[in-house]
Write a new protein. Structure first.
Length: 280
């Protein structure tokens, strides 16, 4: 009897250790799935730019993580809303990294994009499929069909399309437990970076990222009618102003309140976010 008890205790102890290894204290199994992606990003990403050459040389970890994303649909459905959204953000960013690494260094000839752009890879967004949560998806399907279901347009600032014009690729994975804080920080950073938003008093102009225009419907739905002082403006302009206002200095808010400026979309910068050869 004592021997059986010892065997049982040993088995239970081993199981406990295994569970602890797979799901750290305080971390859900959904979030634990992304631990390896955390490590990949921490090593290979700096301020949103990627050491693609180094990542290509050690791509095994990335490939294994991408494979692990094809979780059982039943398990995925049981996750919280934030865990599912974090999953799709990480999946998109990992799929983009894998797409670039597969063709790196990129040397394209399409004149409408930079030679090193991911846009030089045929079908990168609308043809190539990946397995995630029991289904085959393209990058476009994640962005245009799956993410709108979550009704949180901040998610689009978290997508890295391997382009300088995208939101910054963080050096950490998104996690359901911290998603609200992560998206808030990502949004604040995006809206206060000149690459994405630029207020020019001299030209009497507010230039905003094309990302807001691409997802006009989602931003308008999430931000409502906006400030009534701007009721003569289009719905997407009112949404952009409502989104931006909390992140402006007082003098900048006063400039907008005069309501004499024009709004334009900035041209999206498709240059590859490559740190291997230094920022250019």
């Amino acid at each position: 009897m004592a021997r059986m008890w010892l065997i049982r205790a040993a088995v239970l102890g081993a199981v406990a250790l295994l569970l602890a290894a797979s799901s750290p204290a305080g971390q859900s199994r959904a979030d634990a799935l992304h631990r390896s992606f955390d490590e990949i990003l921490e090593v290979n990403v700096r301020d949103g730019f990627v050491y693609y050459n180094a990542l290509k040389q050690t791509r095994g970890a990335l490939d294994r993580y991408v494979t692990s994303l094809d979780v059982a649909p039943a398990a995925f459905a049981a996750w919280s809303r934030d865990e599912r959204l974090a999953f799709w953000l990480n999946a998109y960013n990992a799929f983009v990294l894998q797409t670039v690494v597969d063709r790196y260094p990129i040397r394209g000839r399409a004149k409408e994009y930079p030679p090193d752009s991911i846009r030089q890879i045929y079908g990168a967004f609308d043809k190539r499929t990946f397995r995630a949560a029991g289904r085959a998806v393209t990058l476009d399907e994640i962005e245009k069909k799956i993410l709108p279901e979550f009704k949180d347009p901040r998610a689009y600032f978290a997508l890295s399309a391997a382009a300088v014009g995208s939101g910054r690729l963080r050096s950490e994975a998104y996690r359901g437990a911290d998603l609200g804080q992560q998206l808030a920080a990502m949004t604040a950073e995006f809206l206060t970076t000149q690459e994405h938003v630029e207020l020019d008093r001299g030209q009497n102009e507010l230039a905003i990222s094309a990302i807001i225009g691409w997802h006009e419907q989602e931003f308008v739905a999430a931000l409502g009618g906006g400030d009534p002082r701007f009721e003569t403006r289009s719905a997407v302009e009112r949404a952009a102003i409502a989104l931006l206002a909390p992140h402006l200095y007082r003098s900048e808010r006063q400039f907008l309140e005069r309501n004499e400026f024009r709004v334009r979309y900035k041209e999206f910068n498709w240059r590859l976010n490559d740190l291997t050869g230094g920022r250019r």
